[in-house]
Structures are given as C-alpha cells and as structure tokens.
Design a binder for this molecule. Structure first.
Ligand code: XLS
Ligand code: MG
Length: 346
C-alpha cells in the first residue's frame, strides 16, 4: 500500500475577489496583492496560482527587462513567504484584441498578439521557477457558429500551443476546458477535447489538462469521471475544485457546497489515482459570495479546504469490503444507501 497522500493547497489572487458581478459593482474594498499573499499564508496554503498580469501587472506595456525584474521581485517575495508559484495563465480575454477570440480570432494581427502574450507568460513562469502554464481558452469559440471556421480554429489552437512548446523546452501546458461562458459554445469544452488536442501538438507529452469541477458540471459531466479519464492518460496536472448548482453561470461555490456526494466522489477519484504524489496541487477556484462581509472574506477558502480534508477522511474510511460485497451481489440500492449513511455519519 502506498503512503496516503499529504495534499498541498493553492489559490489565486482572484479568489479573494471584491464582489462585482455583471449587474453590480464591488461590495468589498480593493485589497493589495501583499494582503492576499498574507491571507494565503495565514490560511496554511502552500502555493499561489497566477494570471500573467497578476504576476506582472500591465504586462503588455512592459519591456522584457521590466518583466524580468518584476517577476524576479515577485519570486523573492514568494520565497520569503515560503510560497510556491503553481501555475501562470495568460489572461487572453481582457484586451480589445481578444474580443473575437485570442488564438482563434479571425484577425491575424489579433492571433499574433495572443501568441506573443502567451510567450511572455511562459517567460514570467520561467522567472518564477514554475514549469506549468494553464490555458483557460476563454474566448476560443463563438457566439454565432457561422462567424468562424471551426476546422481552421483547431489548427490555430495547435499552432499556438506548438509555438509555446518551442519557446521553452521544459514548460508544460495544462488546458482548462469550459463548455461556455463567456462564449456561447467553446471549441474545447471537455477533458476529452483537451487531451485529443494535445495529441495533435508537436510534443504531446508536455500538454495535459486541468479539471475544474464547475466546468465539468456545466458540460453535463461528472467531475470524478473526468478526473479518472485524465489520470488514465497521466495528464491531470492541476485541479480547480469548487462547486456549481446546475446549468447556470459559472458559480465557483465553495467545494462541496452544492453537492457533497459529487465532491466526495471527486476526492475518491483523486485518492485512487494518487493525485498529488508527483507534487500536483489541489487548487480551489472558489469565490466569496457577493454578500460576504469584509470580516468573512477568506471563509470560502478555509471552508473548501476543510471540506476537502473531511472528505479525504470519508474516502479513507469508506467501508470498502462491504461495498465490494454489495457490488458482487449487484445490490446497488444498498450500495447507494451505504454511501449516504457513510456521508451522514453517526
Ligand atoms: C474561469 C476559470 C479561470 C481560470 C484561470 O472560469 O476558471 O478562473 O481558472 O484563468
Ligand atoms: Mg478555473
């Protein structure tokens, strides 16, 4: 029996958001990066995840030398705090040039921008001693199907990934699929799509995936099955646990808060695959509710981690022998109840 995994935890500065939504302004004051880093440390987390411009603000207007100096200064700050940079992700959905997609824009100048920006994201990651880039392909899709040639768009995506692979020989790329929002329909909606795309690139070994619970649920899939699928390929390199109540906007609720059983099954899947043994992090891509008061600002992060660890205990204490005999007897009604009783406890 391998030793049980000791999980390591991560979140990003955007997970201490200020409460704005498409219908209203922030409900909490803006906080500095240093404050966010302090919270992360105080909560006992091990790593921080970054967008390129979380690491180097206003990255588009900085010279390579300035980018290097700022990224190195951040690295020193993280080192002093004993915190690792887990991933860096290019923010390819904000700039006007990404309005119609980044790598898949119909405008070649915009596609060029997206690739150049991504290469700079790789540079930032390298300065932070981080070897993993995450691509959330936010605007790679369409609102109007006929507006883009999807066949060509898949080629553009592969070409963009190939440029990144060539730019840095050690950097790995994890694709974070999401089926919709902000686009109506995304070109890479599931882990199956992400891993199939990886096979078309110049170095499939360096292209894997990141699963986000809410994104799998929005695709109508069970996140635990997505985890097992990715792990069958050895390609689950990062993870965004959260929760989602049905097919709505991306809610980024605390882990387990909408469906504890679905959360439990994700933890079981992580446990059986030994997720974390190669140094992978459990990141919570969760947001405070808009209603959250300043004094409760970090509760969703504390709670998600606590729920995760409680579910690890539940996974490890699951009555496996009893479950196996019910499975052998095809008594799935009793198995169903066994799971519920186990989760409800005494
Ligand atoms: C949005 C994504 C985003 C990524 C990082 O839906 O989850 O937060 O994880 O760009
Ligand atoms: Mg995410």
């Amino acid at each position: 029996m391998p030793k049980p995994t000791t999980y390591k935890f991560c979140f990003g500065p955007w997970n201490l958001s200020e409460g704005q939504d498409p219908y209203g302004p922030p409900t909490r004051p803006v906080q500095s990066f240093d404050w966010k880093l302090e919270q992360l440390k105080a909560l006992g987390y091990d790593a921080m995840m970054f967008h390129d411009d979380d690491a180097v603000p206003d990255v588009d207007n900085k010279s390579d030398a300035a980018l290097k100096a700022e990224a190195k200064a951040l690295k020193r700050k993280l080192d002093d705090a004993g915190i690792v940079a887990e991933i860096v992700a290019p923010r390819l959905w904000f700039d006007p040039r990404t309005v119609d997609g980044a790598y898949t824009s119909n405008d070649p100048k915009c596609r060029r921008y997206a690739i150049d920006r991504s290469l700079r994201c790789l540079d930032i990651a390298a300065h932070l001693d981080c070897d993993l880039i995450v691509l959330w392909l936010a605007r790679e899709g369409s609102y109007i199907r006929e507006s883009k040639n999807a066949r060509r768009c898949f080629d553009y995506l592969v070409q963009a990934v190939d440029k990144m692979l060539a730019h840095h020989p050690k950097m790995r790329i994890a694709i974070e699929p999401k089926p919709n929002e902000p686009m109506d329909l995304a070109y890479v909606p599931t882990i199956g799509h992400a891993l199939a795309l990886a096979q078309l690139t110049a170095d499939p070994k360096r292209v894997g995936c990141l699963i986000e619970t809410a994104h799998a649920l929005l695709a109508g899939l069970d996140p635990a099955d997505e985890i097992d699928f990715a792990c069958a390929f050895g390609k689950l390199w990062s993870l965004h646990l959260n929760d989602q109540n049905g097919l709505k906007f991306d809610q980024d609720k605390p882990f387990g808060s909408a469906n504890l059983r679905v959360a439990f099954n994700q933890v079981r899947a992580l446990e059986r695959n030994g997720y974390g043994r190669k140094g992978e992090y459990v990141a919570f891509d969760v947001h405070p509710f808009r209603t959250t008061k300043v004094e409760h600002w970090t509760a969703h992060l504390e709670n998600s981690r606590r729920t995760f660890l409680r579910l690890v205990e539940k996974a490890r204490s699951f009555p496996e022998t009893e479950a196996q005999s019910l499975i052998a007897d095809r008594n799935y009604a009793a198995l169903d109840q066994l799971v519920l009783e186990h989760l409800m406890g005494k």
